[in-house]
Design a protein around this ligand. Structure first.
Ligand SMILES: *[C@@H]1O[C@H](CO)[C@@H](O)[C@H](O)[C@H]1NC(C)=O
Ligand SMILES: *[C@@H]1O[C@H](CO)[C@@H](O)[C@H](O)[C@H]1NC(C)=O
Ligand SMILES: *[C@@H]1O[C@H](CO)[C@@H](O)[C@H](O)[C@H]1NC(C)=O
Length: 533
């Protein structure tokens, strides 16, 4: 009896160790399997729409950097205008506001601002009595205006330690209002309209709170938003990779240039340790480059301008960030690859500038690692996804990242659930096949989501949409990565989709392996059992 028990225990342990060892040897990426990844969006690069509450504590929080405002003189009933988008004196003579009458805020404090015109120059005034002009190339103290706002969104604007601005009968804007204006229809009172307030990124958060409070907010967020528990959850659902967006300031930790806040490097180090613990690989993704490569909050743009492509300094700083990241993580067992730049904008980043940057980035990664994947992202906007496929960036382990959203384009607006699914099978699959047929880098669907413009999709509709995407993106030669793990919006949230069964991943590689090994274990037992007994 004792002997029989021992034999059974031996067989049992043998099967267990066989299952465990093979499961752990599958990292999902070698031996033919591909990336099944999830993005850790909104963690080390802030996106307000993913977690709006991060901005709740900012005073005057609807006047953050990049907020677009228009100003109408209540006396003249005319709008303040920078003719031609800047370069001359400001006038107060427009009946209807458009782009010349729209100014982007640069926040100096909760009540002090600089005003940028739509072509780039700043409003300036060289002291009391001045005529305000839109001629400053870069802002300093002469461009700072103090804004006092009442509850009806009327404002008074004064120069620092000087008089209030007024709209003159000659339609000029001058800093010579005598005394302190009341809120009646006087020449120093303006109606302020906030026309857009859609940038809520790292710049807005840090500059909005100020250094000390921003440090508290970000420390708490970075320590709690993503933890080792998330890696456990991902592992249990067969996810083998995380793509981690980082901002350029990570290379200047712990004291990055103002207003950015240090500490993201420690969080990234933690992510690598947790990933290693759960046999998950990491892709580091330079999501926010200095100067901004797309003008959006997720590239930490200050005001919607795209300064990156026109500044050799920003480009070489970006390469320095790549050098920093690859030199730090090249030897880490959890590193899978580095994405050189997320979503450069086709409207502002030329293909020449981008391919030159990608080539240099590739060389830098290869200085430290012969095997780390070098990932280049397609340009967003009006660009041919094949353009980078054909560019000669590098010869080994090169990956092209395509972002597939059935969103953000009027094309999808009135599409039915069924048409969305068909679009995935026809268009997306066709595109992936076209790539398969040419001879170039591996293809990665580095961002996609189980959300669309369909407004009242049922559970089954979402399941079908998710299945279509998985069917098709599973054929991409490098694999896919869902955007994003957590989100205040349900259908964008990977965890929510999984827990509510909206996205059915099917047999995960881990589960499949456990299953196969379970069966072979059983076969082994049945085969050898007679010999032991
Ligand atoms: C701007 O206003 C000042 C003061 O009124 C005037 O001297 C100057 O000529 C104006 N400049 C332009 C370009 O109109
Ligand atoms: C979508 O459908 C609505 C209602 O039929 C229509 O008003 C709208 O113009 C359509 N939008 C687009 C982008 O096709
Ligand atoms: C592309 O090629 C891979 C590997 O050869 C294959 O598994 C996949 O099904 C192909 N994808 C498409 C869309 O043809």
């Amino acid at each position: 009896m004792g002997l029989v028990f021992t034999k059974w225990a031996f067989i049992f342990l043998l099967c267990c160790s066989c299952i465990t060892s093979i499961v752990y040897s599958v990292d999902g990426l070698h031996g033919g399997s591909k990336v099944r990844g999830v993005n850790l969006g909104g963690w080390l690069v802030i996106e307000g729409w993913i977690k709006p509450s991060l901005f709740d504590g900012i005073a005057n929080g609807d006047m953050l950097d990049g907020t677009e405002v228009q100003l109408k003189s209540v006396k003249l009933q005319k709008y303040v205008s920078a003719d031609n988008g800047g370069g001359m004196n400001v006038t107060v003579d427009r009946d209807a506001p458009s782009s010349w009458e729209t100014f982007r805020l640069w926040r100096v404090s909760e009540s002090e601002f600089q005003f940028r015109t739509n072509q780039g120059p700043f409003l300036t005034c060289d002291g009391g009595g001045c005529t305000v002009s839109a001629t400053a190339k870069s802002p300093s103290t002469s461009e700072i205006f103090e804004v006092k706002r009442n509850e009806k969104n009327k404002v008074h604007i004064k120069i620092k330690d000087g008089p209030y601005l007024q709209a003159t009968t000659g339609n000029q804007l001058t800093a010579d209002y005598p005394g302190v204006p009341g809120w009646d229809d006087n020449s120093a009172t303006f109606e302020m309209t906030i026309v857009s307030n859609n940038l809520h990124g790292d710049y807005q958060l840090a500059n909005g709170y100020g250094h000390e409070s921003a440090e508290d907010v970000l420390r708490r967020h970075r320590n709690s938003y993503i933890t080792v528990e998330d890696f456990k959850f991902l592992y249990e659902h067969g996810i083998n990779t995380v793509r981690i967006p980082v901002g350029w300031w990570i290379a200047f930790d712990p004291d990055p240039p103002s207003p950015f806040i240090g500490g993201s490097l420690e969080a990234l180090d933690n992510a690598f340790s947790w990933a290693q613990e759960y046999d998950i690989k990491c892709i580091i993704d330079l999501h926010a480059a200095p100067g901004s490569q797309n003008g959006m909050e997720h590239s930490a743009s200050r005001d919607g301008f795209t300064g990156w492509p026109t500044s050799p300094d920003y480009i070489s700083k970006s390469l320095h960030v790549i050098d920093f990241l690859i030199s730090r993580y090249a030897k880490h067992p959890a590193l899978l690859g580095i994405e050189l730049l997320n979503e450069p904008s086709a409207g502002t980043v030329s293909l020449d500038i981008l391919t030159s940057y990608y080539k240099q980035g590739y060389q830098i990664v290869r200085k430290y690692s012969s095997s780390a994947y070098v990932i280049m992202c397609q340009r967003i906007g009006n660009a041919d996804p094949l353009e980078l496929y054909q560019a000669d960036i590098g010869s080994t382990n090169l990956v092209l990242d395509l972002h597939f959203y059935n969103l953000f384009d009027t094309f999808f607006v009135n599409m039915s659930a069924g048409d969305n699914v068909q679009y995935i099978y026809k268009s997306r699959e066709g595109l992936l096949q076209a790539f398969n047929n040419s001879n170039g880098p591996l293809i990665f669907v580095g961002e996609w989501v189980n959300e669309w413009d369909v407004t009242s999709g049922s559970l089954t509709d979402y399941q079908d949409f998710g299945k279509a995407q998985l069917d098709v993106y599973n054929t991409a030669s490098f694999g896919w990565c869902y955007w994003t793990l957590k989100n205040d919006r349900d259908h964008w949230d990977f965890e929510w989709n999984i827990r509510n069964n909206y996205l059915q991943l099917g047999n995960s590689p881990n589960n499949q392996n456990i299953h196969t090994l379970g069966l072979s274990g059983l076969a082994f037992t049945l085969f050898y059992l007679p010999h032991f007994l």
